[in-house]
Design a protein around this ligand. Sequence first.
Ligand code: ZN
Length: 138
Amino acid sequence: MKSITKELWVNTKKPREFINITGEVESLLNESGIQEGICLVNAMHITASVFINDDESGLHHDFDVWLEKLAPHEPVSSYRHNTGEINADAHLKRQIMGREVVVAITNGKLHFGLWEQIFYGEFDGQRKKRLLIKIIGE
Ligand code: ZN
């Protein structure tokens, strides 16, 4: 069995941002030479997500509006977690959008459904954060 592991660093310009990381995952898969296996991608912070969906800007706007309705950033005093940091909403947004994704690898490719792409979702950005890619197989 082969395996390959990589940590990617992210530093978003905005507090909340979605970044398509499919190309980075595909590059690592190509580097690994793995033809059949499993790929795990996870955020390494509890205020960021990794998820799979469509790369469509209207949808990303809709996600942002929806998440802000579910867990609004303001008023920051409405959250018990906001004692030192003021990122309670980011923890909740991460929980909704998920920590990780797993993608099957078939014939050396990520075995996606139609329109599926992998995204890093940042909810408390403008600082250096990491995500992990691990691919195992043969
Ligand atoms: Zn926090």
